[in-house]
Design a protein around this ligand. Structure first.
Ligand SMILES: [Zn+2]
Length: 462
């Protein structure tokens, strides 16, 4: 067994390893040797398939979790009510009609309205970003389709996505304010496949709702080249999306009940819904498998940890966060006893970085337990944890957040596309992530002391 060594480049002299460290180290190595995480994500993604809230796949996934979690040994397994919007994409088509005809690979953005039957045909005007749309002349935009050409940079920590995603979320209303009839965006992704990336968008109140779609990156680049010739470029877009009312899309919760402080909770989150393309293996079947496997392995220890490890499979992360909001509301009175929350929603890569957001005075405690992750190759930079989207509703209560960040270098090649399938997952990398989550969760559930609360000025999600 390798001796845990300091991995912090910032390297305050760490506290001595706590008494439970030997058990935690053994757990870590046991997960690496015997993880079933890959089999769990195979089962979920093969059996339920894609699973947007309101779809048959979403109901199948909830049923899967209610059936499988008890089989994995989890306690108190239950569905908790949550509501979600129900949107169906229907067929989509797009083509450049002038100056040279090309059919384009396109997907509606999630939540988009339909075009009229037969589609919309109009001249195209380009903007490099949401801000650039705002600077266009109203007369130049009126009656046109706006093409938003924001490029997503590849980054191990996913920061390129954070900078680009606004183009997907906000472009439709920004363009509609100037009289545009539709928007198409360059997919928010880092690949060069002819597969568009869908994802959520939002309409501003009081602004006309216009259809919004994503083009595959090669198709978007073709459109951009034709626009740069200076000749008028025309596009035809047809979307048949439908918005229904709200539907029930429950969260599924399961626990390793703490042996002596069961009301103190270590929350491990992931989301059980997915976009309605691919099979949601990476986003977020892998995250579900990571936390389920972590809990399954903790349950096999000779004794359960002091505190409760609660896994929450949030519903409706992708198109509304209805599950996350329902969890925060349902458990409002317990949030003061949520010791820390972690979310696995950034693919199936190897965990390389551990980040902390809690009381500054407890950072030393965090550093001492991340020593246990050293043999997994995890760095501990002095960067605040950001948390996943499902943890946003917990932030006002100051629940401490820890990120165990997977390597996301290739995540946005597949994210929200038909290419998000099981074959993209490397079993060894997923097993390492499960080992990291199990080790940290166990240590946090067993440690003396806690991480306090997030300071007020750091509770907002940025
Ligand atoms: Zn996700």
């Amino acid at each position: 067994m390798p001796t845990p060594t300091s991995t912090s480049p910032t390297a305050a002299p760490s506290a001595p390893l706590p008494a439970f460290a030997a058990t935690a180290a053994k757990l870590r190595d046991t997960v690496l040797a015997s993880s079933q995480a890959f089999d769990i994500v195979r089962s979920l993604s093969d059996e339920a398939g894609h699973r947007l809230a309101g779809s048959p796949g979403n109901r199948a996934a909830v049923a899967w979790a209610l059936r499988m979690l008890p089989q994995y040994g989890l306690q108190n397994v239950r569905a908790e009510k949550a509501m979600a919007p129900h949107w169906e994409r229907g067929p989509a088509s797009a083509a450049i009609t002038a100056p040279h005809p090309h059919s384009l690979a396109v997907l509606a953005l999630g939540g988009s309205v339909a075009t009229p039957k037969g589609g919309i045909e109009a001249e195209v005007i380009e903007a490099a970003s949401v801000e650039a749309i705002g600077k266009l002349d109203k007369a130049a935009v009126k009656g046109k389709i706006v093409y938003v050409s924001t490029v997503t940079e590849r980054a191990k920590d996913g920061s390129g996505y954070g900078k680009a995603a606004g183009a997907r979320v906000q472009s439709a209303s920004a363009a509609a304010k100037l009289g545009a009839v539709a928007v198409v965006i360059r997919s928010i992704g880092t690949d060069n496949n002819r597969l568009p990336h869908t994802g959520g968008m939002r309409y501003e109140d009081g602004v006309p709702k216009i259809p919004a779609a994503a083009l595959s990156i090669p198709d978007a680049e073709l459109l951009g080249r034709l626009l740069r010739t200076g000749k008028p470029v025309r596009l035809r877009l047809e979307l048949a999306a439908k918005t229904h009312g709200e539907v029930e899309a429950p969260n599924v919760v399961g626990e390793v009940v703490g042996r002596s402080a069961p009301d103190e909770v270590i929350l491990l989150g992931a989301h059980i819904d997915s976009w309605d393309v691919g099979t949601g293996a990476i986003d977020d079947g892998a995250g579900c498998a990571t936390i389920i496997e972590a809990a399954r392995q903790i349950l096999k220890l000779p004794e359960r940890p002091r505190r409760t490890v609660r896994i929450v499979l949030f519903n409706n992360e992708e198109n509304g966060l209805g599950g996350a909001r329902a969890y925060a509301k349902t458990h409002e009175n317990e949030l003061g006893k949520h010791i820390v929350a972690l979310e696995s929603d950034f693919g199936a890569g190897r965990v390389w970085s551990a980040r902390y957001l809690g009381a500054p005075a407890s950072r030393k405690l965090f550093l001492s337990i991340t020593e246990l992750l050293g043999p997994l190759g995890v760095e501990v930079p002095e960067i605040d944890a950001r948390g996943g989207a499902d943890l946003i509703p917990l932030r006002p209560a100051g629940v401490p957040i820890v990120d165990l960040l997977p390597d996301g270098t290739t995540y946005f090649d597949y994210h929200h596309t038909d290419n998000d399938t099981l074959d993209k997952i490397n079993k060894d990398e997923l097993d390492q992530a499960a080992a990291a989550f199990a080790t940290f969760a166990y240590a946090a559930a067993e440690m003396a002391g806690d991480f306090g609360r997030v300071p007020d000025d750091k509770r907002a999600f940025r």
